[in-house]
Write a protein that binds this ligand. Structure first.
Ligand code: GLY
Length: 442
């Protein structure tokens, strides 16, 4: 198959790797030419994706150029990694041109692109979520009054896409008032902050559940747990994600059955009734509360860094899996998943998620990959004029360890991390510990 992957992060590196022979992934890092069964292109890709195919210099949000290129090159399948091109309608353009695509239409992607739409939808279809109220920029004073009435802790979210920076968990009333002023008065998040959703705080543990759907049928990928806060013990500001593990022991079979019945099925049915059937990847960001699972957010794509732990567990042909999602033949697909655990630790630049320096030389990637069952997924990495790998982003790379259990996977991931260095790097040292604690209890 000739496949185009859209995006440039660690998630896209993991997608591109998973499209190669899945059994071979277990034994090596980048594969030799003869292992690669599909012709893979990535737009724009990164230094990591280049090892598995061809990078194409088209930005992930340039949907017209991506559409033209996909038609011109007659791709068999397009897999869209990030949310922005989906919200901008890339999947619609491709479908109209007869190209198979993994990703929802722009209308369906509103589940991620508009938090106010998602909350209204969940209320209408009785999908469990936190209670909430929406305020437009013109209603800033009412939003501030609402915070004063509700008190803290409370959650303030920009309704639009804000690259992982739009949800602010406020532990004090003062923080919440500041968040409202920053978004509504000072336009800190630009257009994404035209509206805010103010939600009640949910106590519990987070989990990510991914449903792949062709519009009629759906299947679940392994569950995962992300670590969104920058600091150990879930402290500090939210980030795009500092690490993940899969499967997540908190997601028992009973909870998964509940999530299918209470969240996934009503969402797919509701979107059909709304006239925008959902096709692609439905990422349910859940809080597992004392009252049961509740939706924190929906995303219209795979998570990053969750993709870096879920995809290495695939034993099925992932390209065929994605093709059956795009072509409506998912009911015929038998998903095979390894009976293993995966842990991914993100290495970030000092200062992230705020300002950070770029251009720091990265060493040790080969050493980390060569210890076996360890994969280094590149994100904020570029090649400088001397051919060296240097940092170019906040989340620089993600190291995934695959193990017979969570302890083994953590061990491999952290050994990989220790082999890699760049000036000012930092990472969380507790990725996987909540899973271990839960495993010990069961
Ligand atoms: N890991 C969170 C996200 O991908 O949105």
């Amino acid at each position: 198959m000739k496949i185009l992957v859209v995006g440039s992060g660690g998630r896209e590196h993991a997608i591109v790797q998973s499209l190669t022979n899945p059994l071979a992934i277990e034994h090596s890092g980048p594969l030799s030419e003869e292992n690669i069964e599909h012709e893979v292109f990535t737009a724009p890709g990164n230094a990591g994706t280049a090892a598995f195919g061809t990078n194409v210099l088209i930005a992930a949000d340039d949907v017209d150029a991506l559409h033209r290129y996909a038609v011109q090159e007659a791709f068999d399948l397009v897999i869209v990694g990030p949310e922005v091109p989906l919200v901008l309608g890339l999947a619609d353009l491709l479908r109209e041109s007869g190209i198979s695509v993994v990703g929802p239409s722009a209308l369906a992607a509103r589940l991620e692109g508009s938090k106010s739409f998602a909350k209204l939808f969940m209320t209408k279809y009785d999908i469990p979520t936190a209670s909430y109220q929406v305020f437009h920029r013109s209603e800033a004073d009412a939003a501030l009054d609402h915070i004063r009435t509700q008190g803290a802790p409370i959650v303030v979210k920009a309704s639009g896409l804000a690259a992982g920076k739009g949800a602010i968990v406020c532990m004090t009333e003062e923080d919440a008032l500041e968040a409202i002023s920053a978004i509504l008065h000072d336009h800190h998040l630009g257009e994404a902050g035209e509206e805010v959703v103010i939600e009640s705080f949910m106590e519990g543990e987070e989990a990510s559940v991914f449903a792949l759907t062709d519009g009629t049928d759906y299947i679940l990928l392994p569950t995962a747990q992300d670590h969104k806060r920058v600091g150990e013990g879930d402290t500090g500001p939210n980030t795009g994600g500092m690490g993940a593990y899969a499967p997540a022991p908190i997601m028992t079979n009973k909870l998964l059955v509940d999530v299918c019945r209470m969240v996934i099925e009503p969402t797919l049915e509701g979107m059909r009734r709304e006239g925008s059937p959902y096709m692609g990847i439905l990422y349910c960001g859940l809080m597992i509360t004392a009252e049961g699972p509740k939706v924190m957010e929906f995303n219209c794509r795979l998570g990053d860094p969750e993709a870096q732990v879920v995809l290495p567990l695939m034993r099925s042909d992932v390209a065929e899996l994605f093709r059956s999602v795009a072509d409506g033949t998912l009911s015929e697909f038998e998903l095979e998943v390894a009976d293993k655990s995966a842990v991914c630790v993100v290495m970030a630049s000092e200062g992230y998620p705020d300002d950070y320096e770029k251009g720091k030389t990265i060493t040790g990637i080969e050493g980390a990959s060569s210890q076996g069952q360890t994969f280094v997924y590149q994100a904020g990495v570029t090649v400088d004029e001397t051919g060296e790998l240097v940092t170019s982003g906040g989340r620089v790379l993600a190291v995934t360890g695959l193990g017979v259990d969570l302890t083994d996977a953590m061990d491999r991931a952290y050994k990989g991390v220790e082999a890699i260095s760049f000036e000012g790097h930092f990472y969380r040292r507790d990725i996987g510990e909540k899973g271990l604690a839960r495993t010990a209890l069961s």
